[in-house]
Write a protein that binds this ligand. Sequence first.
Ligand code: FES
Ligand code: FE
Length: 453
Amino acid sequence: MGRKSIDELVRADEGLISRSIFVDDEIFQQELQRVFSRAWLFVGHESLVPNPDDYFVSRMGTESVILTRDRQGQIQVMLNSCAHRGMKLCRYDHGNNRTFTCPYHGWSFSTDGKLVERPGELVGVPGHATHYKGELDKKQWGLKTVAQVVNYKGAVWATWDPDAPPFLDYLGNMRLYLDAALDHRDGSAGGSEVIGGVQKWRVKCNWKFAPENFIGDLYHDISHRSVDIVGIGPGGGRGRRDPSATRSAICFPELGHGLLGRLPFYEEGPYAPQYARYPEVEAYYREVHERRERTLGSAMRVQTSVGTIFPNMSFHGRQPRTLAVFHPISPTEMEMWRMYLVDKDAPEAVKEAARHYFLRYSGPGGMTESDDMENWTGATEASMGTMSRELYFNYQMGVGHAEPVPEIPGCAVNGEYTEENARIYYRRWAQFMNGLSWDELMAGAARAQEKAA
Ligand code: FES
Ligand code: FE
């Protein structure tokens, strides 16, 4: 049976996406190579490794990587696999280590800039003088490090591709909205931190369902009816979800990123209504918000509800803020991670309220996330059959109705309910899967900037 081409599987202009891209093993292997080994990937937050020698074990695609802060304070990301016979070096989720010693035959690797020329260099080999007769060139056998790593407002991003464009070009004007999630205050404030650790759990679904949902699927709100009714959602018990925030589906078609949020220059409504019953917390957010208005002015007044950075990172940008990443495990399984962000210098009461909110709202036991997990799992399972995988999913809502946003080059908007954001996501996915060069991948974004200038 002939295999369909990527362009036959992803007919984004018509709103048709083949179910097979969510269940097929060959496609999955191809996306690890063509998407995950090239794109900029979110690997963690700097507050997970606050001190020199701290490490946090993360993932890039299906591979385990070590995110560490070296003795010079620099963030490093390297493959968590010994150069000798591949053993996993770090078998804990996080810790503090100056050198990483392999449990199999004892090779050790260091990030200490005083000892080594490059992070992850091989520094110790048992029997180097005797068994290897001093002939093993240690400089050649360090850990594989990522080609580029960036700490952007505390969020750490990395790519295996030395030719990938700078992270900020990859992000484009989506930056405005990611900023709101990473540090919703003015730049002079004290930054954010992850509280309560990283929640990690596995879901029997294709990994793409999650970023697609976060890129702007307001339509699925019907799934979260129970959350609205009990009043634990952002609407603060006022029935409909967050009635104060009329959102738009905003996207960056040339880059594959998108969100539900507000364009700049909107009028601010009540802030963080879900905290109305905690006066101290509400007062804090009001104060932070007013300061932001004073220092940044209306030009920076964007608001994010939820958004996705292509390919597998999503966030809640409005208070309370969360970062999520969806790691592929197999075509029909992902590992979902969620981190909760608060202002580092916020009073304890604010952090405590955020922690409680997160626990009941998000995460594996949270009321909204469990609704979503059930949908994604069911859709994956019901698309695995020989009949069902031949069908296409329908993404036809709002085809042809996206409007450019003159104030933000590269940006398009299409009211609240649309599947435009999902379409631009899969169009981007198809470009990566078709193996386009970075020049080709970034040409549209460059044209959009030029047109605006
Ligand atoms: Fe690590 Fe042999 S596998 S030292
Ligand atoms: Fe949802």
